[in-house]
Each structure stands twice: as C-alpha cells, then as structure tokens.
Design a binder for this molecule. Structure first.
Ligand code: HEM
Length: 268
C-alpha cells in the first residue's frame, strides 16, 4: 500500500503547515464501523478516550450537526453526549475548542487514537498548556495559532499533518513507554516491517453558531516497508530522516530508531 500521506516529504520540524482543503474533503472516511473500534475503548479506558467540560453541550450539538451533514445522514445521539455520538460515526478523533477565560481551551474530546496523551490529561487545557512539551511552541507558534483560531472563516476547512516513527501499529497509544521499552528486541533484519510511519492528519473548522472550533485528528500508520517499496519514495524519506531538526528528533525520540531505520535506508 502506498502511504496516503507523506508529510516527511514537506518538513522535519515543528511548523503550522496549514492549507485550505475543499469542504467535501473534510473527513477522509474509509472505516466501515468506527464505533466497533471506539466503543470497546470507551468501556475499557473511559477516562483516556472521552472528556467534556460543563457548558460545552451547545457547541457539541453544533458539531454533531456538522458531522451529520458531512456523513449525509442524521446521526442519532441516543442519549450520548453529542460529540461522542458524532465521534462514533467517523474514523477521526474529535476535539472541541472554545474561547474561555481569554484563550482557546479544549472543552470536549473523543480521543481513541491519541499519540501519547489521554483525554483526561488534556481536557480544559489552553493552546499554550496543550503544547507545553513542544519545544518553542509558545515562543514561535502560539500567537499565530491563536490568530488562526480567532479569525477562522466559517467556510474554511484547514488541514495539517505531522509524522513520527514508532515500533507498533496500534492506533490507541496513550503511553509510548511500553512500546519504547522493547525496541531493542526488534530484529534489525525485520526493521522495515517492525517500524511504522505514524501520521496525524488534522483539520480545523469553525462552528459558526456557537463560535467553537472543531479540531479533528486522524491517525494513519504504515510500515516502513511501504515506503521502502519504491526507491524514490524511500530516498525522500531518507532525506527527511537525515535532516529532521534536532528539536523535532528529540521531542519524538527518533534517536531510539536510528540504527533500525539505517538498516531500512541502507538496504535500498
Ligand atoms: C493549528 C493548530 C495547531 C498547531 C499548528 C499545532 C502544532 C503542534 C505541534 C507542532 C506539535 C508537536 C508534534 C507535531 O505535530 O509534530 C503538537 C503537539 C500536540 N498538539 Fe497541537 N497544534 C495545533 C492544534 C492543537 C489542538 C487544537 C489541540 C487540542 C487537542 C492540540 C493538541 C496537541 C497535543 C496534546 C500535542 C502533544 C503534546 C505533548 O507532547 O504532550 N494541538 N501540536
């Protein structure tokens, strides 16, 4: 399978990287029954995958309407919080941002493919607090991101993507520690099938009536063998790996994979 997204071909550093996409391209779809994946996680790990704050239900309801429109059918809430009902109908994780106490805060989310964080850890946080661990975010990106949220036009849908390398294909990955603890057990000869490019495709969209912003996160995972299958594709990945910014590498702990990735790159 050719990876659907290859953001390493564009950047190996922290950046905003938003581009406008057509409204029809908002949610990528393609998962037959997202609820079948999400419901068991909600039962087993409720605090990791779901959280809401008081007062967020009106914007949640608007979000549910928007997702229903995008899916082309009404999605019944059936007694569930509206954002949760919406999230069960789509592959994406859904985050609701609202202006509160002078800043944009996360007021509700369904997060079944979180990359190393949980709903209970992030609920209620501001953009600055959410990005505390991201080197330079406050200094370089926060003001611009806040302006983008403030000025988001009703008809705009924006997309950005990020990437990392991981050693497990699981979408649900609240804590990377168990995965990282066994990297040294990986057979270098099998590196291309044991390592994965993990891409988050994110979108931003205004909720015109309540003034909230929907932030969606869809995770795509491909084995490095899918990249290595084509020499030019692998060359572009190799270039990204070699030139990724030191802060970006440190944040994503890419050094843990250097020897294994070298096996994939050098085998070409
Ligand atoms: C345009 C808006 C945004 C930009 C430009 C942005 C940018 C970033 C960047 C550069 C990172 C580092 C990882 C990476 O992407 O390579 C990151 C991580 C993260 N972002 Fe955002 N972000 C945005 C919106 C949001 C929103 C709305 C949320 C709310 C859920 C969020 C939650 C997070 C979290 C939880 C992390 C992981 C932080 C950690 O390591 O603990 N981001 N973001």
């Amino acid at each position: 399978m050719i990876p659907r997204h290859a953001p390493w071909e564009e950047s190996g550093e922290f950046r905003i990287g938003l581009r406008q996409i057509p409204a029809e391209a908002w949610l990528e779809g393609g998962e037959a029954d997202p609820a079948a994946r999400k419901d068991p996680l909600l039962t087993a790990h409720p605090a990791a995958v779901w959280a809401e704050t008081e007062g967020s239900r009106p914007a949640q309801a608007e979000l549910l309407d928007l997702v229903s429109q995008a899916c082309g059918r009404p999605i019944p809430a059936e007694g569930r919080p509206p954002l949760l009902a919406a999230a069960r109908a789509v592959a994406d994780d859904l985050c609701l941002m609202e202006r509160r106490d002078g800043g944009w805060r996360l007021t509700a989310l369904s997060l079944c493919a979180g990359s190393f964080f949980t709903a209970s850890e992030v609920i209620g946080r501001s953009l600055a607090e959410l990005h505390g661990p991201v080197t330079g975010f406050r200094e370089r990106l926060l003001a611009r991101v806040t302006r983008i949220f403030d000025g988001l036009r009703d008809d705009l849908v924006l997309e950005r993507r990020n990437w990392s390398v991981v050693s497990a294909p699981d979408l649900f990955m609240p804590d990377p520690a168990p995965m990282r603890a066994v990297i040294t057990d990986i057979d270098p000869a099998r590196a291309a099938d044991s390592l994965f490019a993990r891409v988050e495709r994110q979108t931003l969209r205004r909720l015109p009536a309540t003034g909230g912003v929907v932030f969606t996160i869809r995770v795509w995972v491909d084995p490095l063998s899918a990249i290595a299958a084509d020499a030019d594709r692998l060359a572009r990945f190799a270039a990204a790996w070699r030139t990724a910014h030191p802060d970006f590498r440190a944040y994503k702990k890419l050094e843990l994979y250097d020897d294994l990735v070298a096996r994939v790159i050098d085998a070409a």
